[in-house]
Design a protein around this ligand. Structure first.
Ligand code: IMP
Ligand code: MG
Length: 189
């Protein structure tokens, strides 16, 4: 790829979703490079353990697909739903885990999240999973906002930590829009 082409791709782009403007923030190339690192780590740390990945829908669908394509050890994936987000504020209300039909007792679980913000979602999910006696549970998240965390959580796999900005794209949405974007965009304030 020539310098000129790279420069063209990397130029900031503005988009409008509903009533808000967003600007490119983390490009696909960086996302994939960071996911490659996570996949290598997981390959090493879960060899021989047949991990069960639990991807939290909707936000983690792109992250889950791109990560799992790069994990080369035998593993399984299932999709669950547990959402608490409305508009741009975390409601703090977390619903039950939906769609977990697997018997997770004795399994090594890796929860796949799009973003850990306050940590309410992950904290609640960890408690619900613990009741089912898994062998281990770790969290792998694409993004994390450490400034916003309200729980003592040990998040083992973080592709990238970001400041407290609202972001969309690559699975993340603003009131339903933006999940299809291949790059991550930040709100323009
Ligand atoms: P938490 O429970 O506050 O950690 O929020 C977790 C969930 O809120 C994530 O799984 C996302 O679905 C959503 N969320 C948090 N921050 C953002 C953001 O900046 N953009 C889009 N969704 C977000
Ligand atoms: Mg989510």
């Amino acid at each position: 790829m020539s310098d000129k082409t790279t420069k063209t791709i990397m130029e900031p782009r503005l988009i409008t979703l509903h009533d808000c403007d967003f600007s490119t923030y983390i490009f696909e190339e960086e996302i994939i490079a960071r996911i490659n690192i996570l996949a290598e780590q997981i390959d090493q740390e879960y060899a021989g353990k047949n991990p069960l990945f639990l991807a939290v829908l909707n936000g983690s669908f792109m992250f889950a697909a791109d990560l799992l394509k790069r994990v080369s050890i035998p593993c399984e994936i299932s999709f669950i739903r547990l959402s608490s987000y409305q508009d741009m504020q975390s409601t703090g209300k977390v619903k039950e885990v939906l769609g977990l039909t697997e018997d997770v007792s004795g399994r090594h679980i890796v929860v796949l999240e799009d973003i850990v913000d306050t940590g309410h979602t992950v904290n609640n999910l960890l408690h619900q999973l613990a009741e089912r006696n898994p062998a281990s549970v770790e969290i792998a998240t694409l993004l994390m906002k450490p400034e916003c965390l309200q729980h003592e959580l040990n998040i083992k796999y973080v592709a990238k930590s970001i400041p407290n900005d609202f972001v969309v794209g690559y699975g993340l949405d603003y009131n339903g829009l933006g999940r299809n974007l291949r790059d991550i965009y930040k709100i323009v304030s």
